[in-house]
Design a protein around this ligand. Structure first.
Ligand code: NAD
Length: 479
């Protein structure tokens, strides 16, 4: 694909953009492609096309089984084009090729899963206490969906929205992030190839302040599915005061990983390192707060330090690279500033804390570990979205639980122990939408995902996600 090919996809057509912006290659810091900047007028056309497709034309009268087949075909096309999509995502976001390949390999499964469910999502018959009235509950598509995603894992974060929305019979306008939109704009070609009727799925990119705001406040939008940061989430909620759209929010985290002394420490160390440094820490579920039992703290930190210093940092397109750059300069500036504040406030640097010396171009930052003596440090409280692990020791199970829950977030968590009772107690009492025990970062289309507290509202994944894209209609018939 050449850069000339990046276009917004509206009403079944690839548009000539009226304005463009430069997309930056994070491994060099230089522009590499022009991206279309959707205007508010483009957003209006996309939403109107989605509204038309919802109410008239082939999609509106298509059976659920036929809709499901289109979704399965799309899943197959994603799988068949995974290599090209992975290369584009790596180029545009700096996420390393072995990670984009591994993730896109299962994105197709999400479309196939929801395709299979499209005709298995049933309404109900209600046995009310009357013999002359028959009540059924129909489940109807909720309407036009505005899906807004951040730059990290855009193909995956779109699949968990488009899959259930299309299975439910909705139509969608998907806004790719202005940072790294290339893989989603390329994905639009697969939507077109799969044969979805014009207007069913519209994909565009542009800036949050105009294009994102117009999309999420549009009067013809009934459902907003957002993934991104908490400040944007608040802006989105204000936008939806205009259209009263039903909204789900998948936000950030400061996920605790609790390592007890009785754990298999080698396996826990591997999981902790992958849990924080994968995707250069730019993952909503990054295990960024390590709570480790004091009796093993020093030996565990030694293991982590050795592993962090052995990580091969380099060109994200090289399959041997284990950690790439941050996606944007803005990201690296923010991380540098929070790390500096945390060290000035008493954090003890175990490793990292600087740009790698041999990487002068691009937005690189070394894997960093900081030890804290309480949870007051900024790097313990704020989501950095970077390769920074903060470590705090605890003495008892009760203290570990209190520390784990001492955060306004509640997205993911990890517990490492060989004690079954302890594992069950921690899993029950941790305030987070996901608890991984003796593992980290496992995902499946079959399993719901979402946060507690400031980490969000609603769930994506699993059976129930389809229901969230429907509304019920109660039909009372006098018999
Ligand atoms: P962001 O909130 O800055 O941007 C997300 C999207 O919102 C972009 O497409 C942007 O253009 C759009 N946007 C910005 N302002 C808007 C407005 N006023 N109205 C409508 N849309 C607007 O997020 P980011 O920096 O790109 O991504 C990082 C954040 O995403 C982190 O906080 C991370 O934890 C979170 N995230 C969460 C999950 C999850 O599933 N919970 C997954 C990945 C990332």
């Amino acid at each position: 694909m050449t850069d000339a090919a990046f276009r917004n996809f509206i009403d079944g057509r690839f548009d000539e953009p009226s304005a463009t912006f430069d997309s930056i290659d994070p491994s060099t810091g230089a522009p590499w492609a022009k991206m279309p900047a959707a205007t508010e007028a483009d957003v209006d056309r996309a939403v109107e096309a989605a509204h038309r497709a919802l109410h008239s034309g082939p999609w509106a009268s298509m059976t659920a089984t036929a809709r499901g087949k289109l979704l399965v075909r799309l899943g197959d096309l994603v799988a068949a084009n995974a290599g090209r999509l992975a290369e584009l995502e790596t180029r545009d976001t700096g996420k390393i090729i072995r990670e984009t390949r591994a993730q896109i390999a299962y994105v197709g499964d999400y479309y196939r899963y929801y395709g299979g469910l499209a005709d298995k999502h049933e309404g109900a018959h209600v046995p009310i206490d009357k013999t002359d009235l028959d009540v059924t509950i129909r489940r109807e598509p909720i309407g036009v969906v505005a899906a807004v995603v951040p730059w990290n894992s855009q193909l995956f974060l779109s699949a968990v929205k488009l899959g259930p929305a299309l299975a439910a019979g909705c139509t969608v306008v998907l806004k790719a992030s202005e940072d790294g939109p290339a893989p989603l704009l390329a994905f639009a070609e697969l939507v077109s190839k799969a044969g979805f009727p014009a207007g069913t799925v519209n994909i565009l990119t542009g800036f949050g302040q105009d294009c994102g705001r117009r999309l999420t406040s549009h009067p013809l939008v009934s459902r907003v599915a957002f993934t991104g940061g908490p400040t944007t989430a608040r802006a989105i909620v204000r936008n939806t005061a205009e259209n009263l759209a039903y909204t789900t929010l998948e936000l950030g985290g400061k996920s605790p990983v609790v390592v007890f002394a009785d754990a298999d420490l080698d396996s826990a160390a591997n999981a902790v390192v992958a849990g924080i440094f994968a995707a250069t820490g730019q993952s909503c579920v990054a295990g960024s707060r390590l709570l480790v039992e004091r009796s093993v703290k020093d030996s565990f930190l030694d293991r982590l330090k050795r592993k962090a210093e052995a990580i091969r940092i380099g060109d994200p397109q090289d399959p041997a690279t284990e950690m790439g750059p941050l996606a944007t300069l803005r990201q690296r500036d923010r991380i540098e500033s929070i790390v500096a504040d945390s060290l000035a406030d008493g954090g003890r640097l175990i490793t990292g804390g600087a740009r790698p010396k041999d990487r002068t171009d691009g937005f690189y930052y070394a894997p960093t570990i900081i030890e804290a003596s309480d949870q007051a440090l900024a790097c313990m409280r704020e989501e950095l979205f970077g390769p920074v692990l903060t470590v705090l020791a605890f003495d008892t199970e009760a203290e570990a639980l209190t520390l784990a829950n001492d955060t306004p977030f509640g997205l993911a968590s990890g517990v490492f122990t060989s004690n079954l009772g302890k594992a069950h107690r921690m899993a029950r009492d941790i305030h987070a939408g996901v608890v991984w025990v003796n593992t980290y970062r496992a995902v499946s289309p079959l399993v719901p995902f979402g946060g507690y507290g400031q980490s969000g509202l609603g769930r994506e994944g699993g059976l129930d996600a389809i229901r969230d894209y429907t509304r019920s209609k109660s039909v009372w018939i006098k018999t």
